[in-house]
Design a binder for this molecule. Structure first.
Ligand code: GTP
Ligand code: MG
Length: 325
């Protein structure tokens, strides 16, 4: 991210800068993509001033507009593929979980979304020859379900599989976890994640995976019983754009989880559809529907991918982690 401070922008004094920060606009980039009304409300300034500040931020932040196709191609060439640890699953994904894209895993409670997330947090640290991306991971944990003990088990599983003695502690050191206490906090943590990723950008272990587990739980809890979904969807949409940007900027995979209701829920409509509805559907590039099967087997279905055929894979979740069924 840019080194420009909010105070460096025209029309922003220390008091306004503070108000902006208090409202969650921590960076010039965040201001650059805000709407004048939004900024005016949060910083108690007029909309015309807000518009001027946004313009100044856009120039300073270099948030870009159009890119030519050759540049897009250049960026696409950097796309990495992260192994899941299950060959069928990798194959269905065209080699693994892609960087610069959002992958959404949805399914009922206990289907294994958090388990897959833990496994990816381990695998991303492996060198590319082993299916990893040689990088570290940031986890935004909204349900307090991150378990270091589980990582240790999975690293041991991997050691056996590869016949190498990996040190679980080394793996744990490259996993940066933050609890998100509510949806606003969750959104703000993406900025913190960007700061961290920026710091690690030129290190041995740049951030190559961002996990948001669960993407929707706070939104769902906070907006239940309210008259309109519009606010929630708008906020969720903005959040998704923030994490997509993270993926692009740091050539990182982005994996988010989303629950489906097992019981009909009038407020959220169709019980078999993931929370977040259409907006999430259009933003998440890869959508994976996970469901339980016999014993430790799980069925992963790829739904609506832009460039891959829909498909199904069977994986297993054991003490050693994710593997072939
Ligand atoms: P919610 O967050 O509640 O929506 O569920 P989830 O989809 O995240 O489910 P999660 O990933 O937490 O999966 C829990 C399931 O994983 C358990 O019911 C077990 O079947 C399996 N599991 C978790 N830990 C272990 C383990 O150490 N060994 C084995 N064999 N299975 C495990
Ligand atoms: Mg979970």
């Amino acid at each position: 991210m840019s080194e420009v401070l909010l105070e460096d922008l025209d029309h922003v004094g220390p008091a306004t800068a503070q108000k902006l920060r208090d409202a969650g606009f921590n960076t010039v980039e965040a201001v650059a993509v805000a709407s004048p009304a939004e900024l005016a409300n949060s910083a108690e300034i007029g909309e015309s001033t807000a518009a001027k500040i946004i313009n100044a931020a856009r120039q300073a932040a270099d948030i870009g507009g159009f890119e030519t196709g050759d540049l897009v191609l250049e960026r696409r060439k950097l796309v990495g593929k992260l192994t899941t640890g299950c060959a069928e699953f990798d194959e269905m994904m065209g080699g693994g979980i892609e960087s610069q894209s959002i992958t959404e895993m949805y399914g009922e409670f206990g289907c294994g979304k958090t388990q897959v997330a833990h496994q990816l947090a381990v695998n991303v640290q492996l060198p590319r020859e082993q299916g990893g991306l040689g990088g570290s991971v940031v986890i935004i944990d909204t349900e307090n379900t991150f378990r270091p003990e589980r990582i240790t088990q999975m690293v041991k599983g991997l050691s056996e599989k590869h016949g190498v003695e990996y040190d679980p502690e080394e793996f744990l050191k490259n996993i940066h976890v933050a609890r998100a206490y509510n949806s606003n906090h969750q959104i703000l943590l993406v900025d913190s994640a960007s700061e961290l990723a920026n710091e690690l950008k030129d290190s041995d272990m740049p951030v190559r995976l961002l996990i948001v587990d669960s993407l929707t739980a706070h939104f769902r809890a906070e907006y239940i019983g309210r008259g309109t979904l519009a606010d929630r969807q708008q906020k969720l949409n903005k959040h998704l754009h923030g994490i997509q940007r993270f993926g692009d900027l740091f050539n990182s995979c982005v994996v988010v989880t989303n629950q489906v209701m097992s019981k009909p829920d009038a407020f959220f409509g169709d019980p078999t559809k993931p929370i977040g509805g259409h907006i999430l559907g259009h933003t998440a590039t890869f959508r994976l529907y996970i469901r339980k099967s016999k014993g430790d087997k799980r069925i992963v279905k790829l739904v609506d991918s832009p460039n891959l055929p829909d498909g199904e894979a069977i994986m297993s979740i054991t003490t050693d982690g994710l593997g072939d069924a």
